[in-house]
Structures are given as structure tokens and as C-alpha cells.
Design a protein around this ligand. Structure first.
Ligand code: GUN
Length: 291
């Protein structure tokens, strides 16, 4: 079994980005600037946004973190989005999800200027993605494509089973992998909570993308020998032996499934860092679009 090491690949891609930033600086061009809006105190969101800001520092981007209390109104948040849309110093920005229940995430996403939507969540970008047009790809699916591509995993003609149909992972990655393109041309089954006989699908899969948000759901008896596993899950499970009181596990039983897999992503250190790196690539793309 070979590890698909997202941490190592991220490091490599980030050093490539840093070189491009040096070139932008040397030629007097704009330095990419990413802003992130974080509402409330969700510990997982705090950690993700921290990683995004740290990555900006690593590649030489400017970053701005806008923190707001959970009591912020929807209108106030929309006004912040409007200000970022109008601010020429900011090339791209994200609103970290989930948002508090009194704020409609769809309304907020629709308000983001698609040219600055480096998360690729706006329907304008999503629609372009579905038609194979130039756009910001959603960060996690983009990171998965890079991981498969750089590891030399063939997708052409393979049967890929995607577990989970979210707007930010399952649905877009199923579209991307079935497109007529590099790291595509696969036959994709998009499975979800209403899928009957799920194991019949997973047992036939050459590649499985697990993005359902259930800790260690995929077990060894559900997969075939030699399967490639991409585990998108990041779940906190209680663990009193750890100082922080929890440990992170994916949607896949790493020990059991790993013993049968040809390749598998670890959690943490697999898809997570690739998502952040894809966001950096999108921000670099955003600054180039302005020039
Ligand atoms: N919440 C979980 N994943 C993401 C992501 O990729 N972007 C944003 N903005 N929020 C998230």
C-alpha cells in the first residue's frame, strides 16, 4: 500500500507557487491577496482558516482575516461581502462554512463576485465547471484531482464510486472525474444516503472518494483488493488518551481498508492540505485574471 501524501505534495506545489510570487514581485505586479471571513467560534472552522492564513504566509501572499461574532446579522455579513467585492486590493475571498443558522449560506454565496470566488462555490463557477469552461474549481475537488494526477493514478475508463453528494465535494468531483479531460474519463457512480446496496458499488470500484462525514464508515469488507482510496472525511472522535481530548479520523477505516488498497490518503495529511493548496492556486489565478 502506498500513501497518497497530501502534505508532501502540498509542500511541493506551494514552493512552486512561492516562485511565481517572487516573479510577480520582481516584475512589480500585484501580490496575491486572499481574504477570509470567519463567523463564530466553530473549532474546526477556526483550524481550517488558520491553515489557510498560514499557507498564504508560506507562499508569500497577503492575507486578511475578518472575524465576526456569531451574532452578526445576515445583512451585516452581506455588506462585508459587498465591500470585499469592491476592494481592488483583494483578489479573492472566502466565507468559511458552516455559517450560523440565522444566515442563509446560499444568499451569501450568490453575493460573492464570481471573479473573486476562489472557493468556486458560486453557481456561475459551478456551471462553468460542469461545462468544462475556464473557472475557479472548488478547492477540495481541485485538490483531489491534483493528488491523483501527481501520483500518476489512471482515471481513464475506471469505475469511480463517490460517496456523498454535497455541493462542495461529492457532486462537483463526480462531474469533474467524468469529464472528457485529463484526470477524467471515468465512469462515476455518485452514491448517497438513499443508495440501496451500497457495498455492491464500492466492491466494484477501482477508486473510491469517501466524502460522507461519517467516521470510519468504509470498511475492508466493502472494497476490492488494489482499490485507490481518497478519504475526504475529517471527523473529531473523542479520545481521552489525547491531550486535546479527541483525534481526527476520516470516513474510511484506515487500518482495515489500507491493508487492501493500492493507494490511500491518510487523515490528517491527505486531502486536507491539498484543499488549502488548491485555494492558493485559485488565488494566484484570480490575480492573473485582473492583469
Ligand atoms: N467548509 C468546509 N470546507 C470548506 C471550504 O472548502 N471552503 C469554505 N469556505 N468553507 C468550508
Amino acid at each position: 500500500m502506498e500513501l497518497l501524501d497530501g502534505r508532501a505534495l502540498s509542500k511541493q506545489i506551494k514552493s512552486e507557487i512561492a516562485k511565481e510570487v517572487d516573479l510577480l514581485k520582481a516584475t512589480g505586479k500585484d501580490i496575491p491577496h486572499l481574504a477570509a471571513i470567519l463567523v463564530g467560534e466553530n473549532p474546526a472552522s477556526e483550524s481550517y482558516v488558520r491553515n489557510k492564513v498560514r499557507s498564504c504566509e508560506e507562499v508569500g501572499f497577503e492575507s486578511t482575516l475578518i472575524r465576526k461574532d456569531e451574532s452578526i446579522t445576515e445583512q451585516e455579513l452581506l455588506e462585508i461581502v459587498d465591500r470585499l467585492n469592491a476592494n481592488d486590493d483583494v483578489h479573492g475571498f472566502i466565507v468559511q462554512l458552516p455559517l450560523p443558522r440565522h444566515i442563509d449560506p446560499i444568499k451569501v454565496t450568490l453575493r460573492i463576485d464570481p471573479k473573486k470566488d476562489v472557493d468556486g462555490f458560486h453557481p456561475n463557477n459551478f456551471g462553468k465547471m460542469a461545462q468544462g469552461l475556464d473557472c475557479f474549481l472548488p478547492a477540495t475537488p481541485y485538490g483531489i484531482l491534483l493528488l491523483l494526477e501527481r501520483a500518476g493514478i489512471e482515471t481513464n475508463g475506471k469505475h469511480i464510486v463517490v460517496m456523498g453528494r454535497s455541493n462542495i465535494v461529492g457532486t462537483p468531483i463526480s462531474i469533474l472525474l467524468s469529464r472528457k479531460s485529463n484526470v477524467g474519463n471515468a465512469t462515476v457512480s455518485l452514491t448517497h444516503s438513499r443508495t440501496k446496496n451500497l457495498t455492491e458499488f464500492t466492491k466494484k470500484a477501482d477508486i473510491i472518494i469517501a466524502a460522507l462525514g461519517i467516521p470510519e464508515f468504509l470498511k475492508a469488507d466493502m472494497v476490492k483488493e488494489g482499490v485507490v482510496i481518497v478519504d475526504v472525511g475529517i471527523n473529531r472522535v473523542e479520545d481521552s488518551s489525547k491531550k486535546r481530548g479527541y483525534r481526527l479520523v476520516g470516513d474510511v477505516d484506515f487500518e482495515g481498508v489500507g491493508a487492501k488498497a493500492s493507494h490511500i490518503t491518510p487523515v490528517p495529511g491527505g486531502v486536507g492540505p491539498m484543499t488549502v493548496t488548491a485555494l492558493m492556486l485559485n488565488t494566484l489565478k484570480a490575480v492573473k485574471m485582473v492583469d
